[in-house]
Design a protein around this ligand. Structure first.
Ligand code: G16
Ligand code: MG
Length: 222
């Protein structure tokens, strides 16, 4: 194991609730649609515009909007979201993450960010986690979002570590699919059934540590 590729939303901090609150507000005010709570997991790891398209498909209104209108609506959602994440502090880092990053640093394992979010640099800065990450893959520079492998491949390349030597850490079904498609080992945080495509699933971020992630890597790559 020579590198770790981290998802942000749902791994470093719980921003899914802010994404969903922003989408729910946009859907209610601009599309006259109520999003059911179960819809939240459909949007995890999915890019901004793809999330909006999924919401429009759910509402059966996809063909009523031009590309320009879709972009404007996505920007509006982002403004609500950025307002919410501007309040993030160190206190919002999920349990066990700082200890895990510290352990990786002590083992000289470089870390990359492989988030679908264009707001990832702002989130890292507000959480005070910048110094733990050697590189951030830019989602604007890749052709296909998760579940395509592009972001994880770009993160490993930027880290200059072969993808087969990397472990990806994810909380989303689309993210686990992306890690596996890239050829890295997937460690997922969340529900064992929902995330069964991963090589190992732990229940919370507090269960992430060097020993168990390295063990998952060895078992899956042997
Ligand atoms: C995250 C979230 C998604 C969000 C996407 C794009 O991905 O899980 O819900 O739609 O980023 O975010 P933004 O609108 O900020 O560019 P990840 O990969 O960090 O879980
Ligand atoms: Mg995520």
């Amino acid at each position: 194991m020579q590198g770790i590729l981290f998802d942000v939303d749902g791994i470093l901090t719980d921003t899914a609730k802010f994404h969903f609150a922003a989408w729910s507000r946009l859907a209610q005010e601009k599309l006259q649609v109520e999003l059911p709570v179960e819809f939240e997991s459909n949007l995890k790891g999915v890019s901004r515009v793809d999330s909006l398209v999924r919401i429009m498909e759910y509402a059966g209104i996809t063909d009523q909007y031009s590309l320009g209108q879709i972009t404007a609506l996505a920007n509006e959602k982002n403004a609500y979201y950025v307002q919410a994440i501007s309040q993030l502090t160190k206190a919002d880092i999920l349990p066990g993450i700082v200890a895990f990053l510290q352990e990786l640093k002590e083992h000289d394992i470089p870390c990359a960010v492989a988030s679908a979010s264009k707001n990832a640099p702002l989130i890292l800065k507000n959480l005070g986690l910048n110094s733990y990450f050697a590189v951030i893959a830019d989602p604007a520079q890749v052709k296909h979002g998760k579940p395509a492998p592009d972001l994880f491949l770009a993160a490993a390349q930027k880290l200059q570590v072969p993808i087969q030597e990397c472990v990806g850490i994810e909380d989303a079904v689309a993210g686990v699919a992306a890690i596996k498609a890239a050829g890295a080992v997937a460690v997922a945080v969340g529900d064992k059934i929902e995330l069964q495509a991963a090589d190992r699933v732990v229940s919370t971020t507090a269960d992430l540590n060097y020993t168990s992630v390295n063990e998952a890597f060895r078992q899956s790559s042997s």
